[in-house]
Design a protein around this ligand. Structure first.
Ligand code: DGY
Length: 378
């Protein structure tokens, strides 16, 4: 292990924890050190290959903290188990990079970080929605390149969101927070498509509709679509908030795109492969009024051929959770997951993880994905 690429904290700690990339803030390190962990952090900005992670785990390792850009497969979990490992902390809420079944087979608990990304991700989805609808990317490029010669009646005409129909695919925490922001802020009617109904969201939109009605304004509406096609045909804005699995890979393909309104806005802050990116490029080329906002890409960090050249697409580099508070919070939750498992504490029984962000976080793991399978107590 080369010393200039790695930093070791609390070298005499009882538990050896390998961290494949440095994390923001100091709180997470404090938590691990208080749990008597020797923390070895890879400082290389390029990250580690699978072989390098295997080498870093070595012969004795109690826990690892890794990134969504790494594929934590059966080989890595077998190596972690052989090294004596008991827990892997994924520094993300999404876990499509983790072979959960393999982790479980090897008796490795897997932690993730729900609860601190909700508002940040929803806000970025709103930002992309507005940027795409109002053509911010292309108008900024136009201005910066010196083409702006003064106000014109038809310069960069875009789409008004107010009172239009919002389509949310996946009404979990992030999807429903995004929906609230646009329904309450822009009085949009909501249609959502989700495996489970969300009565809380429906009640909230209905109550907001009543509030508007009581003031003599047209109420907003909310309904759950029976089929994705229905949502795609109806919505002026479609925002994706689903997890990535075999069923949602290429959920939005050429057929789906052809069902959407020609001037609709499509936003993706979930995972890139939910959209068939090649089909999206083809659709955007033939539908110049169709607008897109993307935070995630099918083969990150690569972009499908032609995507970066499209004027009707706004692109940002997977930054939906990139607020300091969120990223430091994710680091704290990851550390708490690892520390709790190493110290044989149970899993936090509540959905609200905010107590973990206090000075004295609870002695529990905020979120262990395979807790039930591994019989980790609550
Ligand atoms: C996650 O945590 O899954 C996000 O994609 C990180 O921004």
């Amino acid at each position: 292990m080369s010393t200039n690429q790695w930093k070791v904290h609390h070298p005499t700690g009882r538990f050896r924890v390998v961290v494949t990339r440095n994390l923001p803030g100091e709180g997470w390190l404090r938590i691990l050190q208080q749990a008597d962990c020797r923390v070895e952090i890879c400082l290389s900005p390029e990250g580690l290959s699978k072989q390098e992670i295997l080498a870093a785990l070595g012969k004795a390792c109690d826990a690892a903290i890794g990134q969504l850009t790494e594929t934590w497969d059966a080989d890595l979990f077998a190596a972690l188990k052989t090294a004596g490992g008991r827990v892997y902390g994924n520094y993300a809420v999404g876990f499509n990079n983790v072979d959960l079944a393999a982790a479980t087979r090897n008796g490795i608990a897997v932690g993730n970080t729900p609860g601190v990304l909700t508002e940040a991700t929803a806000e970025l989805a709103v930002a992309l929605t507005l940027a795409a609808a109002r053509r911010l990317g292309e108008s900024e490029r136009f201005l910066r390149s010196g083409k702006f010669s003064g106000w014109q009646p038809d310069l960069f005409l875009g789409e008004l969101l107010w009172r239009k129909t919002l389509g949310v695919v996946g009404a979990g925490r992030i999807g429903s927070t995004y929906a609230r922001m646009l329904v309450q802020g822009h009085e949009m009617n909501l249609i959502y498509y989700s495996p489970r109904s969300n009565p809380e969201l429906e009640a909230e939109v209905t109550a907001f509709g009543e509030y508007l009605k009581a003031r003599g304004r047209e109420p907003v509406t909310c309904r759950r679509a029976a089929h994705l096609d229905e949502l795609l045909q109806t919505a002026d804005v479609v925002s994706l908030h689903t997890i990535l699995n075999a069923e949602t890979r290429h959920l939005i393909n050429a057929r789906c795109l052809s069902l959407m309104k020609p001037d609709a806005v499509l936003v993706n802050t979930s995972r890139g492969p939910v959209i068939d990116e090649t089909a999206l490029v083809a659709h955007c080329r033939t539908h110049p009024n169709f607008r897109v906002g993307l935070d995630v890409f099918e083969n990150e960090p690569e972009l499908a051929a032609g995507l970066a050249q499209l004027e009707n697409v706004v692109l940002v580099p997977h930054i939906a959770s990139a607020t300091r508070w969120t990223r430091e919070g994710m680091a704290v939750l990851t550390a708490c997951n690892v520390a709790a498992i190493l110290q044989n504490h149970g899993v936090w029984p509540e959905a609200d993880i905010r107590p973990f962000l206090s000075e004295n976080p609870p002695q529990a793991a905020p979120s262990i994905l395979n807790a039930r399978e591994l019989n980790v107590k609550k």
